[in-house]
Write a protein that binds this ligand. Structure first.
Ligand SMILES: *[C@@H]1O[C@H](CO)[C@@H](O)[C@H](O)[C@H]1NC(C)=O
Ligand SMILES: *[C@@H]1O[C@H](CO)[C@@H](O)[C@H](O)[C@H]1NC(C)=O
Ligand SMILES: *[C@@H]1O[C@H](CO)[C@@H](O)[C@H](O)[C@H]1NC(C)=O
Ligand SMILES: *[C@@H]1O[C@H](CO)[C@@H](O)[C@H](O)[C@H]1NC(C)=O
Ligand SMILES: *[C@@H]1O[C@H](CO)[C@@H](O)[C@H](O)[C@H]1NC(C)=O
Ligand SMILES: *[C@@H]1O[C@H](CO)[C@@H](O)[C@H](O)[C@H]1NC(C)=O
Length: 558
């Protein structure tokens, strides 16, 4: 009944809108976010479920669809979701980071509304508040190409598509993990790896298949690593993977025996069920964890197949120095398919990104240190702290200076070891073409994500960066994506055009680092203050902190 009335409302909304102008179709979801008990590694613990599910329900849509998600917060803590990789053009109002929105308070609901403008591919959502991501609350966002747009693999293949989350897991529960971080300590190594919330061992007798396939058919697997800190390698027994897409870009279709997925990354592959009909294992194993290895399996079953999977698993790639070289080479083998038609992110000039002059370079070095006896992580000497008033709202209401100062972090690393804990907000110029270098002097792998944009990941190299290194950039067919790794004692370069007005989070995807300050916000304001460049704040967005009760600023006009 609820559902039906919802659908009718949906229909009426879209009809009335269609009457005005042909608008893109709407997709509606209603989410009840609750606590529940799950046991990804066999140990029961409190988790965050959406409509009773972990991983959460799939958002399934097509390029340019309007997505409406009515979120009911039944937790006992404020909550926000972000839409990892969805660019939210002109609309950081819906980005769901604590720097852009007031949280959804317990016992209340909030309706996110956004458009998946000019995007295709595999993404995911997750909660940004507190340490909620350690408890779940994540799920897939699949954006299909519109019917008329050719895709670079034959239709009707793939026969079906499967969403697969891999990632590390901690048995402690998010409240205990948060307490450890709040006390100034690290929460250390994970307890294992899961695949879609389960962790089977080879030979488990009553194991149920994760997916069932039909002989001769081809399937699309959309993998995402939504873990907290561990890179994961995925591989199928006896079945190579044809890579077709990474985070919204159709790739050159190389074939891989195994793929590294760093935290926050997604990739989709085609796998054909062309082997003897029986069970096969999908293997997920940890990468680059010192002195420790975790792995788990899931069963892919051929319908009408005979017999269990062999216990002979495909070997993992090498570890240590050799393993890093292996992984870097794999990164360099990823190429954007320049002839595939698809909705292209950042259409302005992005196609020939190698010919655009760089207007600003940010070189960012991460550090781990103690501040007042507590563990903090920082970028160029600034360890970010959130404020009660979201920075975007403070800026919009004209009271930014009461909450934060712009540009406390410089564009170059500081040469002192001093770390300051303050909001880290960079002021950027609208439409600048920027180069960001992440230089990692630590022994652990890093992973960074930028909201509001796709960027070109042009280089991943060992050692330290200098301007000469630009000669080695891939300025032709680098993947346009949203998350990139930085290997130990290495650097990574990305490029993007800051053509999306708003306040955007640039963050470490290593969740204890994110929580303890390894992130910042980039404020990109169009001088025009016009609806052409940024939407108005929706009237439904809650207000909090010092902007609560303030008179609304004059709305933007055309
Ligand atoms: C959410 O919970 C409400 C109240 O318990 C229920 O009526 C509704 O059907 C639920 N919605 C979904 C999508 O599960
Ligand atoms: C997902 O969306 C695509 C295209 O919009 C559609 O073809 C497919 O049937 C949908 N799948 C599900 C499970 O809703
Ligand atoms: C809360 O949910 C109700 C019922 O679906 C809906 O009418 C209302 O608009 C929602 N409130 C917000 C702030 O999204
Ligand atoms: C790139 O996409 C085109 C167009 O769909 C396709 O024909 C071609 O095979 C793809 N190229 C590679 C190298 O994957
Ligand atoms: C880029 O910079 C070079 C050298 O400063 C200049 O000659 C060229 O015109 C610039 N190109 C563009 C597209 O602005
Ligand atoms: C931010 O940068 C813009 C454009 O470069 C400049 O006009 C503006 O004054 C700067 N704002 C602050 C607060 O630094």
């Amino acid at each position: 009944m609820e559902r039906t009335s919802l659908m009718i409302v949906a229909l009426l909304v879209s009809l009335s809108v269609v009457a005005v102008k042909a608008e893109d179709p709407y997709v509606f979801y209603e989410w009840n976010v609750t606590y529940g008990t799950i046991s990804p590694l066999g140990v029961p613990q409190q988790a965050i479920l959406i409509n009773g599910q972990f991983p959460g329900p799939r958002i399934n849509c097509t390029s340019n669809n309007n997505i409406v998600v009515n979120v009911f917060n039944h937790l006992d803590e404020p909550l926000l979701f972000t839409w990892n990789g969805i660019q939210q053009r002109k609309n950081s109002w819906q980005d769901g980071t604590p720097g852009t929105m007031c949280p959804i308070m317990p016992g209340t609901n909030f309706t996110y509304r956004f458009q998946v403008k000019d995007q295709i591919g595999s993404f995911f959502y997750f909660p940004t508040t507190d340490l909620h991501r350690a408890a779940g609350g994540f799920g897939p966002i699949n954006i299909h190409s519109r019917n008329l747009i050719p895709i670079p693999f034959a239709r009707p293949a793939p026969s079906d598509e499967y969403d697969v989350f891999v990632g590390d897991w901690y048995n402690k529960g998010y409240k205990s993990l948060k307490k450890i971080l709040d006390e100034g300590r690290t929460f250390g190594r994970p307890d294992g790896i899961h695949i879609n919330g389960k962790s089977l061992k080879v030979g488990d007798k009553d194991a149920q298949p994760l997916f069932t396939v039909e002989a001769g058919k081809t399937y699309r697997y959309r993998f995402c690593n939504a873990g907290l800190r561990t890179s994961v390698n995925v591989r199928f027994q006896g079945h190579p993977m044809k890579l077709v897409e990474i985070e919204g870009s159709h790739t050159v279709q190389n074939v891989y025996e195994s793929l590294d997925l760093h935290v926050g990354q997604c990739a989709s592959v085609l796998v054909t069920a062309d082997q003897e009909a029986k069970d096969y294992y999908l293997v997920a194993s940890s990468r680059f964890l010192k002195n420790e290895k975790f792995s788990t399996v899931a069963i892919i079953r051929y319908a009408n197949g005979k017999g269990p999977a062999s216990s002979d698993l495909p070997a993992p790639p090498p570890e240590n120095t050799q393993g890093i070289a292996w992984s870097m080479n794999q990164f360099r083998s990823y190429r954007w398919n320049l002839t595939a038609s698809a909705a292209r992110p950042n259409p302005q000039g992005s196609y020939h990104y190698g010919k655009i002059n760089i207007t600003r370079t940010l070189k960012i070095v991460n550090t781990r240190s103690q501040v007042d006896g507590k563990l903090r992580f920082s970028l160029n000497g600034i360890s970010h702290a959130n404020a009660e008033t979201p920075f975007k709202l403070a800026e919009y209401f004209g009271v930014g200076e009461k909450v934060f100062k712009y540009d406390l972090m410089s564009d170059e690393p500081s040469n002192t070891d001093k770390v300051t804990v303050v909001p880290n907000i960079k002021n950027a110029t609208f439409r600048n073409f920027v180069e960001i270098i992440f230089e990692n002097h630590e022994k652990t792998i890093q992973s960074y994500h930028l909201d509001g944009y796709a960027f070109f990941a042009v280089a991943v190299e060992p050692g330290t960066w200098n301007p000469e290194k630009r000669k080695n950039y891939n300025l032709v067919d680098a993947i346009s994506r949203h998350t990139v790794q930085v290997y130990p004692n290495s650097w990574t370069a990305i490029m993007t055009t800051l053509d999306n007005s708003g306040m955007w989070n640039l963050r470490s995807d290593m969740w204890e680092r994110y929580y303890l300050g390894q992130q910042l916000y980039i404020s990109v304001l169009s001088p025009a203050r016009s609806l052409r460049d940024e939407y108005n704040i929706p009237d439904t967005n809650p207000l909090c902190g010092i902007v609560k009760g303030m008179p609304m600023p004059k709305p933007y006009t055309a």
